[in-house]
Design a protein around this ligand. Structure first.
Ligand code: GLN
Length: 547
């Protein structure tokens, strides 16, 4: 079978859930036996999202090969079996950077270098780089909204792409909004018509429309949209608001989207088997029990800053047949109001990853409270470092801090390890103290070896694992013996024993900190072992008023 390409564009306004729609199409096609990969093309000038504030852009998602990417790649990995990499996310900045590098090298042999065809060709190459042999279908999501100046080169490139790989191998899916206007009591199709008109002006006739709406679209509404947009009725698919995003593949199948895709791509596939997704949805909608988890963080104003984390907690709930009620707690509030006032009624405390000084003391207070009151504690990356600082101060009596927060601290229990052995490259790497850029970070998947009999080992059920990292600072080995003698257990290490990857506290129901980000690898159909175990412990130690 020829490789198939599905391009997903968005219209009317942003935030309609293009990433989820693309990922759900991926899940639906996997359920029909196809091997699927997904790619995001982002029309902004940053080379990658690594430097973007999570306040503005949501979380930075990290891949196995150490790329800092758009959070939509997290949706792709949660909905399908794809393992994303550097080839799955391109930005305008990266495309231009490639073209300019080639120009400086003299690759264009004296030609004038232009947006068309040089930038558009580079975009087509980017799409092809994701189309590895093992995949049958490549789903490409174009960021932004049709009509934006920035997306034009991408749209022109995907228009041209059809000529390269053949008409029958390319499908254009356009996601729009069909708003319900209360005063008129009507669903309005005009914004969709305009958006499609705009797409057609630049030469792309969508094959399928996904119409976001609050309610199902009647056959009449679909017919009207189809008529105006030059489509047949069945190609207009309602994408209604559902209770959980994991219901979207099921909804798409009930709308016949898979049959439309098959028809338009000349495929003949078996029925989609969505039983695993049905099971996930049932567990989310009808859990047996509840538990309350506090996430003590800094970016709590924008939930997308912790997208993978909140999904992983949900998955931990699925694994325990429980609803996880998340309480977002601003660590600066803890400093102001006192820890007891904010955390007295939660079953588990989670301190997630983060950078910079703000709210650090509040997080340390939260870790202390969890340790002393025997509340399950899960520290992720910064959250592990916080637990180490807290223990060093309050149990070992050190003047402890992380070099990140106080370069002059007497006991830098968390510090910048200037030379470290990189298990991925097999080389000694050096960190440059003065650089704030991603180059100084430990990024991507690294191996970890667990201690027999540990909580981590009980959760994973295996001794060796690989997890993704994104941090600059490490546990300082000078303090290892002291901390261990006072009750910290080091239960996960890099294979050479030099990098502390997991710490636990013995005399406690469940207290674990990991230097990596387990949330990036959790899926609803394969909940992450540490999240499963943390939620299980929180249910057992229940203090909240929920049933
Ligand atoms: N700021 C810490 C570091 O750089 C932790 C980073 C994180 O939590 N991702 O090591």
């Amino acid at each position: 079978m020829d490789k198939k390409f599905i391009f997903v564009t968005g219209g009317v306004l942003s935030g309609l859930g293009k990433g989820i729609a693309a990922a759900a199409i991926g899940a639906l096609l996997e359920a029909k036996g196809l091997r699927v990969t997904l790619q995001k093309l982002d029309p902004y000038l940053n080379i990658d999202p690594g430097t973007l504030s999570p306040f503005e852009h949501g979380e930075v998602y990290v891949t196995d090969d150490g790329c800092e990417t758009d959070l939509d790649l997290g949706h792709y990995e949660r909905f399908t079996h794809v393992c994303t990499s550097v080839d799955n996310n391109y930005t305008t900045g990266r495309i231009y950077n490639n073209v300019i590098t080639k120009e400086r090298r003299g690759d264009y042999l004296g030609n004038t270098v232009q947006v068309v065809p040089h930038i558009t060709d580079e975009i087509k190459e980017a799409v092809k780089s994701a189309a590895k042999d093992q995949y049958d279908v490549v789903i490409v999501e174009i960021g932004g909204t049709v009509g934006d100046i920035e997306s034009l080169p991408f749209l022109e490139a995907i228009r041209r792409f059809r000529y390269d790989v053949g008409r029958e191998n390319v499908l254009y899916v356009h996601l729009t909004l069909v708003p319900y206007i209360k005063a008129a009591g009507e669903l309005k199709s005009k914004p969709t018509q305009h958006s499609v008109k705009e797409l057609r002006e630049i030469g792309i006739q969508p094959d399928i429309l996904l119409c976001r709406s609050e309610m199902p679209l009647s056959q009449d509404v679909k017919r009207k949209i189809a008529m105006h947009c030059n489509l047949d009725d069945y190609a207009v698919v309602a994408a209604i608001d559902v209770d959980t995003v994991y219901e979207v593949p099921i909804w798409f199948r009930s709308e016949g989207l898979d049959r439309q895709i098959e028809k338009k791509l000349h495929l003949n596939l078996p029925q989609a088997d969505l039983r695993v997704w049905e099971d996930v949805v049932r567990k989310i909608k009808m859990p047996r029990q509840e538990t309350v988890i506090a996430i003590v963080g800094k970016y709590i104003g924008l939930k997308d800053a912790y997208k993978s984390l909140s999904e992983a907690l949900l998955h931990g709930g699925i694994a325990n047949d429980a609803r996880v009620v998340v309480q977002w707690v601003d660590s600066e509030e803890i400093e102001k109001k006192g820890v007891e006032n904010l955390l007295a009624e939660v079953d588990g405390i989670l301190v997630p990853g983060g950078f910079g000084n703000r709210g650090i003391e509040g997080k340390i207070m939260a870790a202390r409270y969890a340790r002393e009151k025997k509340i399950p504690y899960f520290g992720i990356c910064l959250g592990m470092q916080i637990a180490v600082i807290e223990f060093s101060r309050n149990v070992c009596g050190l003047s402890a801090n992380s070099e990140e927060f106080d370069p002059e601290a007497k006991d830098k229990v968390i510090y910048l390890m200037e030379n470290w052995y990189n298990h991925r490259t097999g080389m000694i790497e050096q960190r440059n103290k003065d650089s704030q850029m991603g180059g100084t970070m430990r990024l991507g998947a690294y191996p970890c070896v667990l201690k027999e009999g540990s909580r981590a080992m009980a959760a994973y059920g295996t001794r060796e694992l690989s997890e993704r990292h994104r941090h600059r600072y490490e546990f300082n080995n000078l303090y290892r013996d002291l901390l261990v003698s006072q009750g910290i257990e080091i239960t996960g290490l890099s294979p050479d024993g030099q990098l502390v990857e997991i710490i636990e506290i013995k005399d406690h129901p469940w207290f674990l900190g990991c230097q990596f980000h387990p949330e990036f690898k959790s899926k609803p159909i394969e909940p992450h072992p540490l999240f499963r175990a943390f939620i299980e412990a929180s249910i057992k130690e229940k203090r909240s008023l929920f049933k």
